[in-house]
Design a protein around this ligand. Sequence first.
Ligand code: SAH
Length: 394
Amino acid sequence: MTKAMVNDATKMAVLTKRGAARARSGHPWIYRSDVADAAGEAGDVVRVVDRAGRFLGQAFYNPKSEITLRIATRQDEEINEAFFRSRIERAQRYRESLRIDASAYRLLHSEADGVPGLVADRYGDYFVLQVGSAAIERRLHWILAVLQDLFAPAGILLRGDVASRGREGLVTKVEVLSGEVPDSVVVNEGPLRYRAELRRGQKTGGFLDQRENHLAAVHYVRGRVLDVFSYAGGFALHAARVAETVEAVDASGPALQAARDNAELNGFSNIAFTRANAFDLLRERSDAGTRYDAVILDPPAFAKTKRDLHRARRAYKEINLRAMKLLAPGGILVTCSCSYHFSRELMEEILRSAAADAGRTVRVREWRGQARDHPEILTIPETRYLKCAVLECL
Ligand code: SAH
């Protein structure tokens, strides 16, 4: 495939009535069962029309994927380098408007920035990309050219190890796409610094979607703080700025070592690190009658798919119930869920039942979401995924 041929959008996909209604509703994902007829191969850009031939948009086509079409634009425009340039410029203008006090942030958040299947995180002089669609993979040379031109980064790394790649028929790989990229870089988040492991860390090296919640937690926590599911210390480090003592808990040795290194980098000596299964630790501590002034819960997505919901509800209730029991009167619970399938309504229902079982009156101090550089699109519910409740247990 030569570069000149990659934008051959003469191919067409015809949607069923339901598919066309979905496209018109503003949702970019069209499932296989809503495609009446389509021609092309994985990674092609196709014109999307309804049965009457009315134009609905241009989409990334992949017959291998359940999400067979990802509408990239609802305009009748060519998807070429200029298209990506205008998307990337728009994304950067938005990030600049946020006045982010950090050198690591998300520049491109896939569908929410009009680039389905492409995530670009900036870590100072470096970019880390996640590519989860065949169409983007084929057009990466344009995206790299625009990033080079606009930002002149020292290096760009592809973290091609996301699960969505398998569904698109893309191979798993981690490779430098341009320049040179170190294994890790030190970035700042507000007044703190932390080391992000670009090649081996979770996601692209850090939980950038929690940045604003890390900073907000500082306004609530105090005294004795327990940070459960700490990873490299995202919450623990910020808590250590205002708390007497912080204990960071994670099941992963490397994550805790990173947290330890980050504590040292910032000169904190009030953080302890405990490697443990969170479920066991929370049960043991609550059985022992230990008390904290603040508990932070930031578990991994217990519900990766709808099928996991039942198990996820139980797990989520368990950790929150234990945490509420651990809190001294007036204690603060910062509790998060990053799973889209686990809705805010469901989370409230479970927290309510945990509060009842713990016999605590719980005052809602604030409901928060993902950091604003991970934007939410009104017509794409999946773009609203991270919930963070700040609760006071009276
Ligand atoms: N709070 C972090 C991100 C947490 S990611 C931040 O803001 O940066 C979730 C973490 O939970 C991972 O580090 C993972 O190692 C840990 N984890 C997953 N299951 C666990 C369990 N059962 N017990 C303890 N830690 C667990």
